[in-house]
Design a protein around this ligand. Sequence first.
Ligand code: LMR
Length: 325
Amino acid sequence: MKFITYCCLALLIFLSACQDDNQPIKIKFSHIVADNTPKGIGAKHFKQLVEERLKGKVIVEIYPNAQLYDDNKVMEALLLGDVQLAAPSLAKFKKYTKKLQVFDLPFIFKDIHAVDRFQAGKVGQSLLTSMDKYGYLGLTYWHNGMKQLSANTELHLPSDAKGLKFRIQQSDVIQAQFQAIGASPQKLAYTEVYNALQTGVVDGQENTWSNIRSKKFYEVQKYFSETNHGVLDYLVVTNAKFWRGLPDDIRIELEKILVEVGKEVNQLAQEFAKKDRQTIIDSGKTNVLQLTADELAQWRTAMQPVWKQFEDDIGKDVIEAAREQ
Ligand code: LMR
């Protein structure tokens, strides 16, 4: 009797294992921006292509707008297997690698094309695996764009920012950048920025045209200075064990799709930057200031000492590779 019970149990376990094998793999992709942004559109297109090309084998669920997790929590969620993909900004990985901080250095990239070349190059590619020992794998970079500064007073020169409070992402480099000009940086979650600007918890912020437009920061800031002083891009990141454990054919197809979508996101990011900048100007709700070459040079001079400050953490070679693009 006992023997029969064991056999039945074993059979049940076997059958349920077979059933699991037939279940599609579920990929939950959590991010914090709106759907109508380069990252939001990229995530949706990834889902569409995966579900077309890996029909019945993989399903993708997208959770935008920090609906599921903010960028701090999502990293834990990846390790716990609660989500399988995320794309935090490159400013948010310092707990796991200091090298990615290179992307936050002010004025290191002259434009988004220089960022592109660095990401595609040997050093940029090597940074994708810089979090291996924590169990994370960077799959690819996606652009958002260059950052602009804003406040309720005109910012032409670094001295105009002195004493003002600026919302920043969770980045020690960005913190040092604002300290270098005598301002007071405040690390705040993205979901809190609009309110913080509206209620005066902070006086200003830095972000890309796409984020400024989609989260309506321009409605609560009187002046934007077009500084393009730094980049805000993303790392599409996963749990290394999960990714490497996927069947080869599925992993290869997913990686192909990520490359394809990445090209589209990067193209879109440039279009969004132009379009969103214009939408903000046309709204009549704020003013976009053009800085002269001399003014920009003063911002650069004031902020550039930060490079040296983080040289040991980031690595001289990494900084040099970024600078020479
Ligand atoms: C921010 O916190 O400002 C950005 O990281 C938001 C984003 O994901 O673009």
